[in-house]
Design a protein around this ligand. Structure first.
Ligand SMILES: C[S@@+](CC[C@H](N)C(=O)[O-])C[C@H]1O[C@@H](n2cnc3c(N)ncnc32)[C@H](O)[C@@H]1O
Length: 398
């Protein structure tokens, strides 16, 4: 029997919050202020009907919305959507005692996602259903770039060849790069070879090993071209990469010697090197080799020194940092605690930080604040549209 209740707020996973018998329940697709009918199923609540809709309610544009778990927020109208994402950044900062505000919200969706992983299962290919380990079979994903329109079909063909797998797609200048990951140790890669011609792919790999390649997948970064190693990190949208790189270059300003830490294949390094000497570190050896090759082949860049280094175990020390005008950090979700502790103890005055995790960002921002840095600028960069993820770019100075 459904019960009617009022949604009091939105949780960080985008679900409506209701209080039932003194207990918090999370209601997917319900919005703050709405009167809704819900059914309680064990620990979960299911939205049965919106009785009184919020003015923040928008019209989802994807036919798979509600079953596919890829987008959680398509039912939010634009201003409320942006406010929700800004809250994702500001709330953990407040919990760390930092009353910072997001100064700008940059829509970095551009032409769509050039990078996505689909799950290929016997029941179909797509993203995981919400709150489930089952896959929602999709025909089309409208948030991908047009070049990836056939991604679900390719994923189904991969499953037909090697069985259940996760299939990572990257749209590159040379065509689509497909990385297949399967738990079946003896999956036969040769079953994938016909897909290269059938779908006009650039490269196919299986469990990080090359199966077949028509052309090296490459992307343009500033004046340089980078050949993507199998499995290296790349920002999900080209627009976000550009927005983040533009932010980083502007914040670094006239600095002459810069360290780009957690540099990946070099989207910041290769643009920063147009005006500054850059030391670039990342633990991804193949990514560092690709960056090094790309920097050597590009014309008009200043000196780039790219070296593999594990910055969690072996951060640049306060003494090594002494020679830099500015440090750029873009760590993985775990953040950059060890590196930030060294920065805090150094004499460095300018830090630019990019982050995909508001909680570890807030923790690291607190460490910088405790050592005299002011958080001068804070920007939200929205590349994971309609999901509950958001990218942060920030400038710290002392
Ligand atoms: C969010 S990506 C950013 C990469 C790059 N700045 C970009 O925009 O494409 C984080 C990077 O951290 C690197 N990484 C992860 N753990 C690391 C570690 N312990 N030490 C150094 N780099 C690490 C990854 O290889 C990845 O390239």
């Amino acid at each position: 029997m459904p019960l009617t209740t009022t949604i009091t707020g939105l949780g960080h996973k985008g679900e409506g919050i209701a209080e039932i018998d003194g207990r918090r329940v999370f209601v997917p697709f319900a919005l703050a202020g709405e009167r809704v009918a819900i059914a309680i199923e064990g620990e979960r609540a299911v939205l049965v009907e919106v009785v009184e809709a919020s003015t923040d309610r928008g019209e989802p544009f994807c036919a798979h919305f509600g079953t596919c778990g890829g987008c959680q927020l398509q039912h939010l109208a634009r201003p409320a959507y942006e406010a929700f994402k800004i809250g994702l950044i500001e709330t953990p900062l407040r919990h760390q005692g930092l009353d910072a505000v997001v100064h700008r919200f940059i829509d970095a969706v551009g032409a769509g996602r050039r990078r996505a992983t689909l799950h290929a299962r016997r029941e179909g290919a797509g993203y995981m259903r919400m709150r489930s380990h089952e896959v929602a079979d999709i025909e089309r994903c409208p948030i991908l770039v047009p070049a990836l329109a056939r991604a679900p079909e390719i994923a189904r063909a991969v499953e037909a060849g090697v069985g259940e797998a996760d299939v990572a797609f990257t749209a590159t200048l040379a065509g689509i790069d497909v990385g297949v990951r399967t738990e079946r140790r003896r999956a036969a890669g040769d079953k994938l070879i016909p897909l290269l011609g059938r779908f006009g792919l650039a490269r196919l790999s299986l469990n990080s090993e090359l199966v077949v390649q028509a052309a090296p997948p490459r992307v343009a970064m500033g004046r340089a071209d980078v050949e993507l190693p199998i499995g290296s990190f790349l920002q999900a949208t080209e627009a976000a990469e550009r927005a983040l790189a533009d932010y980083v270059c502007a914040a670094v300003g006239k600095a002459k010697i810069v360290a780009d830490l957690f540099c990946g294949v070099g989207p910041f390094t290769l643009r920063l090197a147009e005006t500054a000497r850059v030391l670039a570190h990342d633990s991804d050896r193949a990514g560092i080799a690709a960056l090094d090759k790309s920097a050597r082949h590009a014309s008009g860049l200043k000196q780039v020194t790219a070296k593999a280094r594990d910055l969690f175990r072996d951060p640049l020390t306060r003494f090594e940092l002494a020679g830099f005008d500015c440090v750029v950090l873009d760590p993985p979700r775990a953040g950059a605690e060890a590196q930030v502790r060294e920065i805090a103890a150094s004499k460095l005055r300018n830090v630019v930080m990019v982050s995909c995790d508001p909680r570890t960002f807030a923790r690291d921002a607190r460490l910088l604040a405790d050592s005299g840095f002011a958080l001068e600028d804070l920007v939200a960069v929205d590349q994971f549209a309609w999901s509950t993820h958001v990218e942060i770019a920030a400038t710290f100075r002392r």
